[in-house]
Design a protein around this ligand. Sequence first.
Ligand SMILES: C[S@@+](CC[C@H](N)C(=O)[O-])C[C@H]1O[C@@H](n2cnc3c(N)ncnc32)[C@H](O)[C@@H]1O
Length: 274
Amino acid sequence: MLSLKEDVKLHWEKEVCGSRYGRQDFNESVDLETMACERYRLEPYISDFADFEAAKNKKILEIGTGGGVDFSCWLKAGAQATGIDLTEAAIELTKQRLDQQGFAEYAYRLTVGDAESLEFENESFDIVYSYGVLHHTPDTERAFGEACRVLKKGGVFKAMVYHVPSVTGWILWLRYCLFTGRFFKSPRWAIYRHLESQGTKSYTIPEMRLLLEKKGFVNVKLYTKLGFGDLLLNKPSKKYQSRFYSLIWKFYPRWLVKLFGDKYGLFLFVEANK
Ligand SMILES: C[S@@+](CC[C@H](N)C(=O)[O-])C[C@H]1O[C@@H](n2cnc3c(N)ncnc32)[C@H](O)[C@@H]1O
């Protein structure tokens, strides 16, 4: 039987995160430019959050590059960028993107690696950035500890992790708990079992604050945002391709969800210092 880590790896090897936005059909090859445009169309707030320009001449580590859309922005901004991802597929696609954009291999460092045991010296980076990654790894606490360890004193940590209570949690609860008779399971359980890779965690704001402070971060700033998944603006994955789901996507009351505001968004943004 696969360990949870192997299971997570297998999930993301099968389809590199975000690559579905770069193709019409699951069998087509990925158009990297379309994939990047779609990412920033669906998540226009990323560039403000990441603040790529501020990384000029700084040493930045991105944990979990996925298809490398943000990673290429660090390089464009003139950062000394290092990237890791658990899967070879992600590293391969990121390299392809950088090749296409004309970055020489000596301009960056990119390698398969594990957030839970980073191969870098203590206090090596000015910025550590990880978008939508750390909740997927089995030992998330350890991964936050590693991020803090490799960050320089006074350095900047930025991450996005999943939040509860959130609209996505409630949608998954309806689908996988209410409609299947598991009334006593929670939205957090539904996220853990059914949102992307197995074992995906979600946090309340106080839980995340506690975790970050325990791992040594200071000046912690946390806020939530409705994500494109909360609004069902995402392109459905393979398991949601039937006519039934296309009707749900069509008639989903987005206007109502927007009325809730960002408080019940899935995305929990983390900014902190060491
Ligand atoms: C939702 S994708 C996010 C990718 C990218 N940051 C983005 O926003 O598109 C999650 C990524 O985290 C990576 N990942 C999961 N566990 C990891 C770990 N322990 N160490 C490094 N990367 C990991 C997966 O391989 C996958 O590429």
